[in-house]
Structure formats: C-alpha cells, structure tokens
Design a protein around this ligand. Structure first.
Ligand code: FES
Length: 252
C-alpha cells in the first residue's frame, strides 16, 4: 500500500487528506488519483484528458515538483523525499531516500485554485497572449508550399513540442514573484516564432520589442528550473538566451 497526501480545497477552505491506495506495477499518479476518485472519495477533483502527455491538462505539484500526473510513475516517487523536499534538490537529485510510501500531491502554484487540484489557467493563457504567439507570414508566399529547410525545422520542432501544461510556469521563481512576467512558456513560444523564416519581419520586430523588457527575456533569472521540469524537453531558458542575443545584435 502507499499513501497519497492530497491538498484539497473547496472555496476558501483548504486541508490535506491522506488516502491509502494499493500500488500496481506501472501505475501512474493519474491512475492513483482515479482510484481515489472511483473507490474512496468521488468528490476529489482533478483535470486530465489524453492520459498520454499530449493535452497538458494534468499538471500538478508531485512531491513539490511540478509534473504531469499521467507521465509520473508511482514507483519513481518511492525514492524521493516528500513533505519538506526542496524543489531544486528534488529536480537535481531525486534519489535521496529509500522506499518512501507517501506521495504529496498539490495543485500547481501561482495560479488560482478552482477546486482541489484544478487551477484556473486564464492568467497563464493571457501571459502567453502578450507575446503574440502566432505566425504572420510574409506577403510573397509561394503559391503551393512554404517550405523551411530541415535543419531549421528541427530547431523549431523542439519548441513546437510545448503542450502549454504550465509546469514550467509553476517551477519559475520569477513568475512566482512577478505577476507581470510573461514566463518560460510564453518566451519559449516567442523564440519559436522568432526562429521561423516564414515570419513577416514587421511582426517579428513587434514581438522582439515586446519581449525586450523585464516582463520578457530580461526578467529571467536563468536558473533553468523550467528546463529541468519540462515534460516535453522544450528548454525555455535556451530560447530566452537566444532571444537576448538576437535583441542585442539588432540593437548594435
Ligand atoms: S492527461 Fe493529458 S497530459 Fe496528462
């Protein structure tokens, strides 16, 4: 048996509740939550859709590290400290304790809790909108295909893998203290479109002007927590650093 210690919330009232769940081989945290909801407490509320690390809706704090519940195996968590774990230590070195039988589950931080493990993503999406995360193609587009070369495609691909799960946002110390900071997901998106050779120059410049600010790339502490936690290996900090270089080059 293992224990899930879950932060519950209903309205302004919040509390922690411990549930005992029988661990099965290959069980994910999401499956453990289903077990609680189906067998122990039908009122437990959490968000999910694809169950396969595609939709980005099951982000939560698991042992104080933001992760996807559908991608996190319960067996991996047995080697981690639980309650008092420092997130940075957990990210850097997850194996610090043997056979821990309690998993701590909380909602993503820095977003308002709607109920239990469900947070309001509205703030996250509006921060994303700031960087104009879409492509405005140049006027002289070819009639049939607007092809980009393979090397560039691979560079862009890493950033298109973002599933907007807000896990990077939940790990970011700047997002925690500065509510105007666009955050790692938005800035990674900005880099994805900045890279794209099909982008109209005027639109690219407008976006660079927007991210050339303390709410943008200059606000980042460059501590790489977002890179450590991203379940899709997007590497927002690298994108932020590249945007900084491009901005500095264009200002010379
Ligand atoms: S349920 Fe879709 S990413 Fe976890």
């Amino acid at each position: 048996m293992m224990k899930l210690k879950i932060r519950r919330q209903e309205g302004k009232k919040s509390w922690y509740e411990v549930f005992e769940v029988e661990e099965r081989p290959g069980m994910t945290v999401l499956e453990a939550l289903f077990h609680v909801q189906e067998k122990l407490d039908g009122s437990l509320t959490f968000r999910y859709s694809c169950r396969g690390a595609v939709c980005g809706s099951c982000g939560m704090l698991i042992n104080r590290v933001p992760r996807l519940a559908c991608r996190t195996q319960v067996s991996e968590l047995r080697k981690e400290p639980t309650n008092e774990g420092n997130p940075e230590v957990l990210i850097a070195n997850r194996k610090t304790e043997e056979n821990n039988d309690e998993i701590l589950i909380e909602p993503l931080p820095d977003l308002e809790v709607i109920r239990d493990l469900v947070v309001d993503m509205e703030v996250f999406y509006s921060l994303l909108d700031n960087v104009r995360p879409w492509l405005e193609v140049k006027e002289d587009v070819p009639e049939k295909e607007n092809i980009i070369d393979h090397e560039m495609q691979l560079m862009i691909e890493q950033y298109t893998n973002c599933i907007l799960c807000a896990i990077c946002h939940g790990s970011c110390p700047v997002a925690a203290r500065d509510k105007k900071y666009y955050g790692p997901a938005a800035l990674a998106k900005a880099w994805r479109f900045d890279l794209d050779p099909r982008e109209d120059e005027k639109h690219r410049e407008q976006r660079r002007d927007i991210v050339d600010s303390v709410s943008g790339v200059w606000g980042c502490d460059t501590v790489y927590r977002c890179v450590a936690v991203c379940p899709k290996k997007v590497a927002p900090t690298q994108g932020i650093n590249e945007l900084r270089k491009r901005i500095e080059l264009t200002e010379k």
